[in-house]
Design a protein around this ligand. Structure first.
Ligand SMILES: NC(=O)c1ccc[n+]([C@@H]2O[C@H](COP(=O)([O-])OP(=O)(O)OC[C@H]3O[C@@H](n4cnc5c(N)ncnc54)[C@H](O)[C@@H]3O)[C@@H](O)[C@H]2O)c1
Length: 256
């Protein structure tokens, strides 16, 4: 039980095969109280999650769900207020909400760029700011952001330059938080996954996936739970002296 009694907000937890959902499942197994958040209705999110847990014979954790579009700062503040109202406090933010688009730079319209920046970068900023307003007066708290291998290698797999740029911003944002809030005992780290089997890979053909698989040293794609494992490490006391770090979860696809 690595998160016993810890209240964890997990943004981007609606997609049934997503990294956020897998993280919520793993955190529940480790005793966390969950605040699930996504754009979808809170009732549907909570019901879907509980149905999932019951189908696997798991024990239903303490959980609330909150509808939150992370592009809206007021909704992020509301999310944190809901966590405080239900559980008295909150300890961990995992931001797994995101959108991806495969598009060449010259075909990228202003609206495409806005979407990638608004959700992936500004959304992360909004969520982190709301969390830090809670964490700073308490001198404690942990943030785990999800960036991407695309930010490190210059796109080229699933996301275009606009996605890679936004995710690069998430790495810089996380490092800035680690530096500014480290003296308060607040930690912030970022994970760069690659090729995890979620809805994000839906647009890729089998041939393309096979080609990519062949170039990964571990010769397979990641299961969402394997990314969740990295989230658990960074959220828990196992990583108590780790902050400002970028953790690669890519099967060796990018070794640097
Ligand atoms: N799957 C991969 O291979 C991979 C690789 C690199 C990075 N990532 C990153 O990991 C994170 C999780 O990815 P995933 O594969 O689980 O994706 P996913 O599409 O399965 O899940 C993303 C979730 O984010 C939610 N979301 C989107 N916009 C939102 C908004 N404005 N407000 C609130 N929620 C919103 C979606 O509804 C969805 O539930 C993302 O940030 C993604 O960019 C994933």
């Amino acid at each position: 039980m690595l998160l016993n009694g810890k209240t964890c907000i997990i943004a981007g937890s609606a997609a049934p095969q997503g990294i956020g959902r897998a993280t919520a499942r793993l955190f529940a197994e480790h005793g966390a109280q969950l605040v699930l958040a996504d754009r979808s209705s809170s009732e549907q999110l909570a019901n879907d999650f509980i149905k999932d847990v019951k189908a696997d014979g798991g024990i239903t954790p303490s959980i609330i769900a909150v509808a939150c579009d992370i592009t809206k700062p007021d909704q992020c503040a509301h999310l944190v207020a809901c966590a405080e109202a239900e559980f008295g406090t909150f300890d961990v933010l995992v931001n797994s909400a995101g959108v991806v688009e495969t598009r060449s730079l010259l075909d990228t319209e202003a609206a495409d760029l806005d979407l990638m920046i608004d959700v992936n970068l500004k959304g992360a900023f909004n969520l982190c700011q709301a969390a830090l307003r809670h964490f700073a007066p308490r001198n404690s708290g942990v943030i785990v952001n999800l960036a991407s291998l695309a930010a490190q290698r210059g796109g080229g797999l699933v996301g275009g330059a606009h996605y890679a740029s936004a995710k690069g911003g998430v790495i810089s944002l996380t490092r800035s938080i680690a530096r500014e809030f480290g003296p308060l005992g607040i930690r912030a780290n970022v994970i760069c996954p690659a090729m995890a089997q979620t809805g994000m890979l839906n647009g890729i053909s089998d041939d393309e996936l096979n080609a990519i698989r062949g170039s990964i040293p571990l010769r397979r794609l990641a299961m969402p739970r394997e990314v969740a494992g990295a989230c658990l490490f960074l959220a828990s006391e196992l990583s108590s002296f780790v902050t400002g770090a970028t953790l690669d979860v890519n099967g060796g696809l990018h070794i640097h």
